[in-house]
Ligand binder design. Sequence first.
Ligand SMILES: [Zn+2]
Length: 383
Amino acid sequence: MLKITVINIKSPQDSYETELKVNNNQSQEFWIGRASDCTIQFNNLEVSRYHGKIIFDQGSYYFTDEKSTMGSWLNNKKVNVKQKYPLKTGDNLNIANCFMLAISDYDITTQPTRIDTRSRNLPDNSVDPYTPESNPIFNETLQRYFPNSIPMHAYIQITYDALEAYGFEHKNTMGMTTLCRDEITEPFLTEVIRRWGASFNCSSLAGFVMMGKTALAAATDHVPIVDGKRRFAFYAMPHIAISKDGEIGKVYRYGIKKVSHACGALEAIAKELLSGRLKLEMDMQDVEQTIVRQKILSHIYYGDKPDLIEMTKLAAQIIAKDTQNLLSAVDTSIFKYAVMTGIQIHGPMDTTWISPQEFYVVDRDIPENKKDLFVFEDKSTNV
Ligand SMILES: [Zn+2]
């Protein structure tokens, strides 16, 4: 049996889980597409009528794209049509850039399985990109600036495990994320959905908390009521890229020759400060960037020219404070929630790391209504 979390990329709160059941270990095909007889059916014109299929054959699952119009991607790599790709736990299958199928072969709803990033299901003879030896210069740079960083999968798992002790679990909790709009942050959202199920995407430029109290009310309205309480897990963080050669802000994405920048929004402000030419007026064509700029400027001294590392750490502090302010409006007689802040780091070979900062639970039933959780190894206070 294959378990799949079907994620609507544009509307992650509509995500759901499904299982592909195989009869007597016989070979079987499960179609993905718009046609009504597809096993995984989408009402979206970007998806082809018979877009692709998952094949069960001799104990293994495979995916093939059946000449779809808009294409399919396996773990961010575009797949060739009519080619058979083996599927494994943790794979993300992107259908027409509209839907993500997150593959799990275990029963996540009853028994979350610990994902050990050191022994993930890697193909033979491939290197684990998360070991320091795989990317020594990157690793040195990561340790220098973000010494408490851990692989993103491990981070989400640790937060999930810690929150279980406070009554948060897949079945009763909604995930929420405030990340940068940049598509490079998508694996984080996918992982949150894989752990927590349907999630609310509150993304904005640079991951700043743009969502006001009205939008928060709409988001929390999706939170299920279980045992008279509504629970949500809120992840809020900016992002930064570090290349294989330790270049700050740069990432070379698989299959794209041109360098990408992260975070582009923060980098633009760093450049403006350096040049001394700041756009201070409200630009209605660029509202979010105007807000990010104003928030950054109100937190630095006149003449300061923070580099991208300093800027990202400052952004993380502002986001953490804004998150706390925003959520202070939440009615704790109904809601209990967890907040996780930090910095998301994009490394080489499509790796994602998290430098954790705050982690706390707000619940009326615990002393002082708030509990800070210390579950991450603190290697340094330099974060
Ligand atoms: Zn960004």
